[in-house]
Design a protein around this ligand. Sequence first.
Ligand code: GLC
Length: 402
Amino acid sequence: MTIHERTRRTLESNWREGERRGVRYAYTEPSPGRYPWQWYWDSCFAAIAWRRFDTGRSRRELETLLSAAEPDGFIGHTIFWRRPVSRTRYLFYNVTSRGDFMTRTIQPPLIALAWRIAAGDPAEVPAIGRHHDWVERERDLEGDGLLWVLQPDETGLDASPQFDPVWGRRAQGLPLFPLLVRRNRRLGFDIRAVRDAGGPILCGTMTNVLHGLSRLALGRLSITPALVERLWDEPAGLFRDEAWPPVAGHVPVTWAALSPLALPDLPEEIGRRLVEQHLLDPARFRLPVPPPSVAADEESFSRKDTFWGLRRYWRGPTWINAAWLLWTGLVRLGYRELAGEWTERIVAAVEREGLREYYDPYTGRGMGARDFSWSALALELLDEEAAGALPGLLARPGTRTE
Ligand code: GLC
């Protein structure tokens, strides 16, 4: 089966339609069984992938996300269209009560970007503007344009080792994580309340990259200068999240430290350092099926996803959404050979193993959930033209970038 056929088949079999309290919904399940609800960033990625087969579905997917929005623009991380969370999931899902319609936390706000790529001009859709306004009002805590998150799962990178020094024994996937959820539930998942209670909270690189791309898609002022100003570590040649309270000691380098490569207005010399110093290094990121989610020379890098019986993601295997975002930067900066190598290796793994949640970065073995929708983004890596058009798409006439 070709990768196009495989992808289409998975997206079609994961498509769900129905009605809840008079509201019609239609979305792509991230993976049947394992992830039955609508996850915010999964839906944005699915909408991007759907446009290759059925642009109507791209639009309906994103409209469903928007129809979950509260009047002030808030959209949760997970939306329970079909059934409420179970008793067990309640312990580690960010809801205030079991009957909640969605979680009270966010995922990286990329609906404006997804709309731009898959549906049209997001600036013409008031609900998208309202949602992004909410994100800025509630999460730009210092007025410099950068967003903060209150839990590791808000970044979408759940158990990434970069969060271990920040959340310690309460990090995602560890036995004490439910205590973090319980505490933040008590604080109403309100980031200012969490900060005032001592944190921790995080100004994360990758969340801000996706937020920045959405702002460009909306024709709003770029936050790339603020990101560079605050998070670029010049001596190390990569970006570092900022935690509050600040963390002491080593923070593992993950793909998120390189994610600003996806920003079309990233200063070129910074982009080149990210590629040449890290992505081209066979000891760090240039593995057989790149990019590993964690640099391979980190002590915390692991090819496993289960630790003492606990499932923990983002600790080494390769994820296709990360591959796509970084790859757009390779194309933009003209690293044709490396970009071609990524396409070949990643597409071969997806073709052979099917759409899995993530892949072993050495062998390409499929791991985690099966029939995983956003791995359909592998198709993007076959379309250099679309990647090449992205900067133009995000720089509409009238866009202010300074
Ligand atoms: C995992 C991922 C998260 C994703 C969710 C649904 O929790 O870490 O990013 O949104 O699965 O696929």
